[in-house]
Design a binder for this molecule. Sequence first.
Ligand code: WT7
Length: 654
Amino acid sequence: MTESTIESILHENRTFNPPETFAKDATIGSMEQYQALYDRAATDPAKFWEELAESELDWFEKWHTALDWQPPVAKWFDGGKLNITYNCLDRHLTTWRKNKAAIIWEGEPGDSRTYTYAQLHREVCKAANAIKAMGVNKGDRVGIYMPMVPEAAIAMLACARIGAVHSVVFGGFSAEALRDRLNDGEAKLVITADGGYRKDKTIPLKSAVDAALADNAAPTVTNVLVVQRTGQDVIMQEGRDVWWHDLVGAASADCPPEPMDSEDMLFVLYTSGSTGKPKGVVHTTGGYNLYTHVTTKWTFDLKDTDVFWCTADVGWITGHSYIIYGPLSNGATSLMYEGVPRPSNPGCFWDVIEKYGVTIFYTAPTAIRAFIKMGDDLPEARDLSSLRLLGTVGEPINPEAWMWYHTVIGKEKCPIVDTWWQTETGGFMLTPLPGATPTKPGSATKPFPGILADVVDLDGNSVGANEGGYLVVKHPWPSMMRTVYGDFDRFRRSYWEHIPAKDGNFMYFAGDGARKDADGYFWVMGRVDDVINVSGHRLGTMEIESALVSHPAVAEAAVVGKPDDLKGEAVVAFVILDGGYTGGDDLAKELKAHVTQEIGAIARPDDIRFAEDLPKTRSGKIMRRLLRNLASGQEIAGDTSTLQDRSVLDKLRG
Ligand code: WT7
């Protein structure tokens, strides 16, 4: 966040009540109703969720225990059996929704497709049979590395149908990053496409998979299933690679859903932490299904006539929870768009809203800031009158961007839901309920019913109003992550050991700083660990540093974030070269390309600064705080007495 964002958030005192017409028809239509719901849930969260599990989902067998909590291990609805695709597909087929649009898809070059619930069910069953025929069994992991095409959603649901665990890797990650994730999850199959469209270019996906698998570097992978999207040339390896249209095309459409234990793994999704390699966040079936269902229903106040558009990529948790599982479990129409705004088509989002009559639009602050820059003419030239609700996610939204969204896109009639959550939480934790909660620009407002969130100090004591502290959750919730794939100890260390249990409550440590104002509204201030948030994408500084030092010229590197008007944060790398290399523009370019190759373009440093030395403590720890000050051109703040060699700072300042 920039200084000015923090300043404006600290002094923000505007309040916007839900429009009366909106509140009148909303499922939760007043603050009294929210408070009653919240209080009831807080008294006995397990009972609250149990009642919802009963009324909102279909189960093959009922659970014996709503919540079994042996900190930090939570089991929700243990003994219960269900299949999330039954809730997302089959149960709608016996209702009028059978022929309702489940997914409306708009392709980047202008092609489009719509799948009704009946059609989607059929495609998922066929794909499920196809991957079964490739030897994928219940519990096996499947890597999915796809562009934003309907087959990405179909592939995920097909895995869930047969109890295979999907591990979606964002199509913008490099071959190296893909390989690491396939290996960590011991994937048996990879589902990909020949290529994808991105900003008027095609990106090669199949050849990246080939590179990831070359020289037997991901030995658990035995097959690759390839969707034809761009028609570009690809090499199909005999015996390993199969075309989707051949195999899925010929498969039977009869595939009963596998009965899954509530706590069976549903998916793994990798995210960056402050140390080491990315963590495989594990989500399980029953709790995740319930929580994404209920949060979609109440936070977006879903109606059967809604056309819901979440602009995320399915490669992120937002796509998992709020393009696929949450909306489909509710029988909603979910819009999927392959494109992104680009110079050749800056108004494409507004075209999509107009074309399909989108009613709920959910996007990221970084996109909103980019729209502001592109000018009001673009949205004003389109008919956006179908919109009734707006949402934002990914990073704190600066009040000016919130106001623009409210005025120019929402025409002052659409509530805005600013949803704070994480890959680890599975679904919304702090969010307004649009018919009930008065909103304040820049605040994610209040916890969702059943979520006991707080701001505490390092000893676990709640801090006073407007005092900064750490954002924690004091009671388990159904869609919380269960472990780090293959590393339970890392799960415990990363989330449960920073803040000690207090009054019998174990505290989930989110890694964010926050404050609560006098009205109990939460203001999330950003990460307190070595994670940076670039355009709503989470990056570990250590990951970028290891990518840099894997280059022969680099002896040492330290990466920090610097405030950026568009991206929220930009990546700045301080680099110390090995003897024999001299810094310059060419080498800087080469290092940027090297990071792109190792991780992906999202991690590419914006700024490389060659240095002779880094500021370190006497025990040899890099003082990133000082580097952050330097990167953003601020005065060095705070105590520097532990610094080993003070002259280093002067040299870095140049
Ligand atoms: C981190 C989680 C889960 C959605 C996409 C990102 C930041 C997310 C907000 C918000 C302030 C936010 C936090 C969080 N964040 N939403 N509404 N206000 N900060 O998921 O990659 O797991 O990143 O994104 O710092 O910890 P993610």
